[in-house]
Ligand binder design. Sequence first.
Ligand code: SF4
Ligand code: SF4
Length: 276
Amino acid sequence: MMGMTASVVLEPVAAITGRVFNLQRCSVHDGPGIRTTVFLKGCPLRCTWCHNPESISPKMEKMFTPGKCIGCLACIDACPENALTMTADRGVVTDFEACTMCGRCADVCPTGAMEMVAEMTDVQAVVDAVLEERVIIEQSGGGVTFSGGEPLMHHRFLIEALDACRAEGFHCTVDTSGFAPKEILMAVATRTDHWLYDLKSMDAETHLKWTGVRNELILENRCHVLRHKLTDTTIVAVSIANSQQGMSRPHVTRYRIFHHATESVVEADNLHGSVV
Ligand code: SF4
Ligand code: SF4
């Protein structure tokens, strides 16, 4: 991913959809106030402690949970591609060569045994969801946060969604690893009120070991973000401890250490404070 380039060419709004794997209302950990957080599927990092492994692949995926299946066969009847088979030992099995990820099987499943991991969502649907929370968002000094996955991976959708949310007067936060081309970062910065910018390790080799990528681009981008005075920035430092050879996962603690608006350390709160 290092050295990747990308130009910011916007598509017509109608053509843009995002893979939203969760839309969380009343979030209090993703920026100031009470917020609606939009989680976008797809991330270029491979952090060993990732809480949401289903968010890593940018592709559409679906899941089957045998324990929830009541064997009604509704999914099989609904599939236009005949991609599903009921088996004695594994329940409903999908032929992924035939499956187009249309989602109809999940739509008709009465128990949630068949689920799409994400939904193709257009910008207006995101705005409509945020508008439903307008009163509580405004009274709390909150807004909308785009997270992931890595939201900068979906920059076209992200830019349109930021523009649409800001047009409605919402404060917008982007929660990012900073691993993206500078052009994309700055195009998003001009539309963002607040960054939550994760720094996972200052050491390139440690960063590579635990996240799958080196950190030079992330550190460079951090400087660009901090120089961009229009955008408030909170650096969230992820402390990677106990990362001796042989451990499959490090001890991870997140600290909010730097707030651009005051150019000072304003918090050192342990955001999670647990081994994950
Ligand atoms: S997602 Fe669509 S094509 Fe794939 S198994 Fe379900 S109904 Fe069939
Ligand atoms: S629709 Fe759901 S409950 Fe019914 S057979 Fe398919 S997966 Fe099982």
